[in-house]
Design a protein around this ligand. Structure first.
Ligand code: ATP
Ligand code: MG
Ligand code: MG
Length: 551
C-alpha cells in the first residue's frame, strides 16, 4: 500500500505520524556549512529535507552551520540562500548555528556542573595519542578529574581570552574505552581567536560541530535530522549530548547515502582545489557540478529536482551515471525549450538563381512536436550559412546532406542543390554555390521527388555572430580518484572547446541567461550569464541532443 511506496525515510516519518510522535509535527532542516558553494550532492539533501517537510505539512529550516569562523564567508552564505530559492524551495528567515552561541555556552556550563565535561590541557598531538585507535582503547586524560570549580574557572577564562589556541579544550566526559572513537571524550569547545562573520569578536571559544549540531536541531524543534552516512558513527554522540543536558526536544538522526556521480567530484574541498589552482574559471564554471555552475550552463531547477527524485534515497552508496543527470535535463528541455537555428561552424552558401537584395520571410515551427507552440518568422536571402559538417566533397552514398550535385532540404525553406565548390588557397572549402528550386517553398517538391536530408541554416544577411562554448566531461575517468590517483591528474584537457563566429537567428539577440533554446540538430544552448556582452554574445551548450556518455 501507500507506506511501501515511499523511500525508507518517508516510511519512518509515516510511522512516526501514525504513532503521533512529536505531536504529529514534521520539522527538518538543511544545514550547510558556509565554506563553499553548493554542488549537486547538496541538491539531494535539499530536495529530501524540503520535500519531506512539504509532503507532511511540516517545515524545513535553512540553517547555516557556521561554528567554524576560520573557513566561512558571507559570499558563500549569499550564494547558498539564492541557490536554494532557485531550486524552488521556500524557507523562513535563514537560521544560523551562531544564533545559538549563548545557549550552547550555557549547555556546556551545565555539562561541567554535572561533572560531564572537563577542561583538558593536553596538547593536540598528546590528545591524539591518548585517543587510541580502532583496535586500541584510549587512555584517560590526566586532567579528566579536575573539580567542577576548577573546570568552571578554566572555562570562564578560556572564554575571557586568557589562553592561546590549543592550550585548553573543553571535553565531554564519556568513555575512553568506547569502541566508537567519537565517544572517547570528544572536544566540544576550543579556543579560536578568529572574527566571526556574524558575531564579530564576541567569542574567542567556538563549539565543535558535534556539540553544535544536535543542540541546534533540538532548539529548532527539528523532528527528523537527516544527514549523510558518514555521520552514522556520530549518532551515539548526538544522542549522548541531548540526553545529558536539560532540553525538551530530542530529534531523531537518520542517515542516508551521499550522492556520487561518475566523471566528476562532489566535495567542496576538491572543487575548491580546482578553483584555487585555476584549473577551472571559478566556482560557477559551467563544467563544475556546483549548482551555480550548472545554473550558468542552463540546467533547470525542475531537471535537478527530477533527477533527485529518480535516484531516490537509500543507505547504499553508489556512483550514478552522468548520463542519467543529463537525460533528466534533456527530458525537461525537449518538452520546454523553443527551437531555433544556429550554425556553429559556418560554411557560406550563395544561391545563384536567387535575386540579389531580395529577402522573404518563412514560417518555422517553434516546437515540431507541439504545434500549439506556434511558428516564428525566419528570413531568407541569396546568402546563407550551413554547418560545415553538413557538406562532404566526396560523400558516401548514405550521406543525406550536401555534396557536389546533391540536393537537400533547408529546414522550413527550400530544396537546394550544390553546383560548385569554392576553396581558399589552403584548399579548404569556403563557399558553396547552389541553386534553389522556387517551387519547393516550405520544403516539398510539387513533382513528388524524394529528398531525404533536412539541414539547418541561417540567413547570412540577418543573423548574429556569437561565441559558442562546448563542454565535455571534466575528467577522463569515470572515477577520477581510481587507484588512489590525484583527481587533478585525470582532468580532461579538452573539456572546453570554444568556437568563434557562430551564426545564429537574429531573435537570439534577445536571449536571456537561463533560457535554454534547442539549436536544431546541435543540442541545447543558453546565453552565458557572466561573459556575454551585447557586442559579443556567448552561448553555452547546456547538453547535447543524445547521450554521449556511454563509451
Ligand atoms: P562536502 O564534503 O562537499 O564539503 P559537506 O557534507 O561537508 O560536503 P555541508 O555544507 O556540511 O557539506 O552539507 C550540508 C548538507 O548536505 C549535509 O547534511 C550533508 O550531509 C549534505 N550533503 C553534502 N554532500 C552531499 C552529497 N554528495 N549527497 C547527499 N548529501 C550531501
Ligand atoms: Mg559538513
Ligand atoms: Mg565537507
Amino acid at each position: 500500500t501507500q507506506i511501501a511506496k515511499g523511500h525508507f525515510i518517508e516510511n519512518i516519518i509515516k510511522e512516526d505520524l501514525a504513532e503521533n510522535k512529536n505531536n504529529g509535527r514534521v520539522v527538518t532542516r538543511f544545514p550547510p556549512e558556509p565554506n563553499g558553494f553548493l554542488h549537486i550532492g547538496h541538491a539531494k539533501s535539499i530536495c529530501l529535507n524540503f520535500n519531506m517537510a512539504q509532503k507532511f505539512n511540516g517545515k524545513c529550516n535553512l540553517r547555516f552551520d557556521d561554528s567554524n569562523p576560520a573557513k566561512e564567508k558571507q559570499i558563500y552564505i549569499d550564494s547558498i540562500m539564492s541557490t536554494v530559492k532557485w531550486l524552488g524551495f521556500d524557507y523562513d528567515t535563514p537560521l544560523h548555528a551562531s544564533d545559538y552561541f549563548d545557549a550552547l555556552h550555557d549547555f556546556a556550563v551545565e555539562l561541567i556542573k554535572t561533572g560531564k565535561a572537563y577542561v583538558c590541557s593536553l596538547a593536540a598531538d598528546e590528545m591524539k595519542e591518548y585517543r587510541g585507535t580502532l583496535t586500541e582503547p584510549g587512555k584517560e586524560s590526566p586532567y579528566r578529574n579536575r573539580s567542577v570549580e576548577e573546570n568552571l574557572d578554566l572555562f570562564r577564562r578560556m572564554r575571557a581570552g586568557e589562553f592561546d589556541e590549543g592550550e585548553h579544550t573543553l571535553r565531554a566526559k564519556i568513555d575512553m574505552r568506547s569502541p566508537n572513537i567519537n565517544m572517547r571524550d570528544p572536544v566540544i569547545y576550543r579556543v579560536k581567536k578568529a572574527l566571526h562573520p556574524r558575531t564579530g569578536d564576541k567569542w574567542c571559544i567556538y563549539p565543535m560541530y558535534d556539540f553544535t549540531h544536535c543542540i541546534s536541531d533540538a532548539l529548532e524543534g527539528v523532528t527528523h535530522s537527516l544527514c549523510s552516512l558518514e555521520f552514522e558513527d556520530h549518532r551515539p554522540l548526538y544522542d549522548w549530548i541531548l540526553d545529558n543536558i536539560t532540553i525538551p526536544c530530542h530529534p531523531q538522526q537518520i542517515e542516508f547515502a551521499r550522492m556520487n556521480i561518475n566523471y566528476t567530484v562532489l566535495s567542496k574541498r576538491k572543487l575548491q582545489r580546482l578553483v584555487s589552482e585555476g584549473l577551472v574559471s571559478g566556482w560557477d564554471d559551467p563544467r563544475l557540478p556546483t549548482l551555480e555552475g550548472m545554473r550558468r550552463r542552463g540546467y533547470t531547477p525542475a531537471a535537478i529536482r527530477n533527477f533527485c527524485d529518480v535516484i531516490g534515497v537509500s543507505k547504499k552508496e553508489s556512483r550514478i551515471d552522468m548520463g542519467l543527470l543529463e537525460s533528466c535535463l534533456r527530458e525537461d528541455l525537449n518538452e520546454n525549450a523553443p527551437r531555433v537555428m544556429g550554425v556553429i561552424r559556418p560554411l557560406k552558401i550563395t544561391l545563384e538563381n536567387y535575386p540579389e537584395g531580395a529577402t522573404e520571410t518563412l514560417a518555422a515551427m517553434n516546437h515540431p512536436q507541439k504545434p500549439e507552440a506556434g511558428k516564428r518568422e525566419v528570413s531568407f536571402s541569396k546568402h546563407l550559412y550551413v554547418e560545415q559538417d553538413d557538406f562532404m566533397e566526396d560523400p558516401p552514398k548514405k550521406f543525406f546532406r550536401l555534396g557536389p550535385g546533391r540536393e537537400v532540404r533547408l529546414r522550413a525553406a527550400y530544396l537546394i542543390t550544390c553546383k560548385e565548390i569554392i576553396k581558399n588557397e589552403a584548399g579548404e572549402v569556403v563557399e558553396l554555390i547552389c541553386t534553389y528550386d522556387p517551387e519547393t517553398r516550405g520544403g516539398n517538391a510539387p513533382d513528388g521527388r524524394k529528398v531525404k536530408g533536412t539541414i539547418h541554416w541561417v540567413n547570412a544577411q540577418d543573423c548574429i555572430d556569437a561565441q559558442i562554448r562546448l563542454y565535455d566531461r571534466l575528467f577522463n575517468d569515470e572515477n577520477p580518484e581510481k587507484d588512489g590517483q590525484d583527481f587533478v591528474e585525470n582532468l580532461n584537457p579538452d573539456s572546453l572547446e570554444i568556437l568563434e563566429h557562430a551564426k545564429l537567428e537574429r531573435r537570439l539577440e534577445k536571449a536571456e541567461p537561463e533560457v535554454v533554446y534547442q539549436f536544431e540538430r546541435l543540442g541545447y544552448f543558453c546565453l552565458d550569464a557572466k561573459e556575454s556582452t551585447p557586442e559579443k554574445p556567448v552561448f553555452n551548450r547546456t547538453v547535447t541532443l543524445r547521450d554521449t556518455w556511454a563509451k
